[in-house]
Design a protein around this ligand. Structure first.
Ligand code: SF4
Ligand code: SF4
Length: 399
C-alpha cells in the first residue's frame, strides 16, 4: 500500500469546541454564478435562496440581514440583523427523488475538502455500499473528529436512514487505526445497527483518498468514480449535514472548522457560519504568532490564505498557522522518491521536467494527480513538485 506516515499533531486542537455563529457580516463569492432571487438592499432571512451555482446547488443566505451586492468584486455581502431561525424535527420518510431534491436544495456538498455536490453523487446508478470517510488523514485537522464526538448517534441514525431510502445493502465508517476514543464510541453506538460497520484503516497519508478507501475496504478498483462499482464515499461531516437536512430541513449554512498549528495562539475547533471572514474568526480565537504561514486546508494540500478576502466555504476543513517556510529549492537529484511514493502512480519529476512539452504530457498523464502533496513533502531537494504537476495539469486541460 502506497502512503507516507506523517506526524499527526491532532492533540493540539482537541479541546472544547468554540462557537462563532453570529458574525456582523458574511460574504459570498458569486463569480460566474446566477443571482436570480434578490437585488441590492434586499432583506433576506437565514436560508433565503439568493441564486444558483453552475453545478445546480443553491446559493443560500447563511444569516438574516440586508444584502449589498458588490458587483465589482463579485461578492454578496450580508449585514446581520441577528434574527435567528429555529429548525424543528420533520418528517423523515422520503422517496429517493424527494431525498435527492432535499439534499440539493439544502446545498449539501462534500465537506472533506472537495465541495462536490452531494446530490450528483447519489443520483445515478444503484448504490450497494456506502463508505463514510472519517479518516481525516492530514495532520492537525480534527473538525470531523469534533463533529463525531458531538453527533455520533445522530450520524449513525442518518446513515441508517440513507440506507433505507436508497436501498443500500452495507455501510462502513472508516476511521484511522489507533483512535481508541473514536473506535470505542462508534462501535458501541453501531452495535444496534448490524449493517453499519466500523473499519480501522492504516495510519498512512493519503488513506482518506476515495481510491485508497475503496481498495482497502472493498478490495476493488475503479477508473473515474467509485459508483462504477456501486460504491459511494461520503465524508462524515457531509453525512451529518445530510442528517440536518433530512430530520430538520436545515440547509448547510455552518460547519466546524479546525484552527490549529504551532503558530496558532489558541488552537481549537470552532462552529462558524459559511461566508465568515477568516480574519474575523482568527481575531476571535486570539490570532496567530508572527512569522507564520496561514493555510486553508491541511499542510499537505492547503493553500495560503488571503486574509483580506478569504471566507469560510462549506469545504473549509481547517485554518492552520505554521512556521514560515523559507526552504530554498535545489536541483533535482533524480532520486526517484517522488515517483516511488506517488499514490496515483505517475512520475512527478518527469512531469515537472516536461511541463511545457504537450506530447510528453499526454503520455505522462498529470490529470491523474490528486494533489496530495506527497511528492513535495518527500523531495530531498525541497522542490515544490506538486505545484509543477498542478501547472502541467492546467496545461494539459488547455490542450
Ligand atoms: S504527483 Fe500528485 S498524486 Fe502524485 S504525489 Fe504528487 S501531488 Fe500526489
Ligand atoms: S524527489 Fe525531488 S529530487 Fe527526487 S526525483 Fe523527485 S523531484 Fe527529483
Amino acid at each position: 500500500m502506497i502512503g507516507v506516515s506523517l506526524k499527526k499533531k491532532k492533540e493540539i486542537s482537541l479541546k472544547k469546541v468554540e462557537y462563532y455563529l453570529d458574525p456582523s457580516y458574511v460574504y459570498l463569492p458569486i463569480a460566474g454564478e446566477d443571482i436570480v432571487s434578490i437585488t441590492d438592499k434586499s432583506v433576506v432571512k437565514e436560508g433565503t435562496l439568493l441564486g444558483r451555482k453552475k453545478n445546480g446547488l443553491p446559493i443560500l443566505s447563511p444569516i438574516s440581514g440586508v444584502v449589498t451586492w458588490r458587483q465589482d468584486e463579485e461578492i454578496l455581502q450580508i449585514e446581520n440583523n441577528h434574527e435567528k431561525k429555529e429548525y424543528k424535527e420533520k418528517n423523515t420518510s422520503y422517496t429517493k427523488e424527494e431525498f435527492l431534491s432535499l439534499i440539493k436544495e439544502a446545498g449539501i456538498c462534500g465537506m472533506g475538502g472537495a465541495g462536490f455536490p452531494t446530490y450528483l453523487k447519489y443520483q445515478n446508478a444503484k448504490i450497494h455500499t456506502l463508505i463514510v470517510n472519517a479518516v481525516e488523514c492530514e495532520p492537525y485537522i480534527t473538525a470531523d473528529f469534533a463533529c463525531i464526538m458531538e453527533n455520533a448517534l445522530f450520524i449513525i441514525k442518518t446513515i441508517a436512514s440513507l440506507m433505507d431510502i436508497l436501498e443500500i445493502k452495507e455501510s462502513f465508517i472508516a476511521i484511522k487505526a489507533k483512535e481508541p476514543l473514536l473506535k470505542e464510541k462508534l462501535i458501541t453506538l453501531t452495535s444496534t445497527y448490524p449493517k453499519v460497520k466500523v473499519v480501522e484503516v492504516p495510519n498512512l497519508y493519503p488513506m482518506g483518498w476515495e481510491k485508497s478507501l475503496v481498495r482497502y475496504i472493498k478490495h476493488t478498483d475503479y477508473k473515474k468514480l467509485p459508483i462504477e462499482k456501486g460504491i459511494v464515499v461520503s465524508n462524515i461531516s457531509t453525512i451529518h449535514a445530510m442528517g440536518e437536512a433530512l430530520y430538520k430541513e436545515k440547509p448547510l449554512l455552518e460547519r466546524i472548522v479546525t484552527f490549529s498549528g504551532e503558530k496558532m495562539k489558541n488552537p481549537c475547533n470552532v462552529h462558524v457560519k459559511i461566508g465568515t471572514k477568516i480574519k474575523e474568526i482568527l481575531d476571535y480565537v486570539e490570532g496567530v504568532e508572527e512569522n507564520s504561514d496561514i493555510i486553508m486546508g491541511g499542510p499537505m494540500m492547503g493553500k495560503i490564505v488571503d486574509l483580506d478576502h478569504d471566507v469560510i466555504l462549506p469545504s473549509t476543513t481547517s485554518i492552520l498557522a505554521l512556521p514560515k517556510q523559507n526552504d530554498q529549492e535545489e536541483a533535482c537529484i533524480k532520486c526517484g522518491k517522488c515517483t516511488e511514493n506517488c499514490p496515483s502512480k505517475i512520475a512527478p519529476a518527469l512531469i515537472r521536467e516536461n511541463k511545457n512539452n504537450p506530447s510528453a504530457l499526454k503520455r505522462l498523464n498529470p490529470n491523474a494527480c490528486i494533489e496530495c502533496g506527497i511528492c513535495s513533502y518527500i523531495c530531498p531537494s525541497k522542490i515544490k513538485v506538486r505545484d509543477a504537476v498542478m501547472e502541467a495539469k492546467k496545461e494539459r486541460r488547455k490542450q
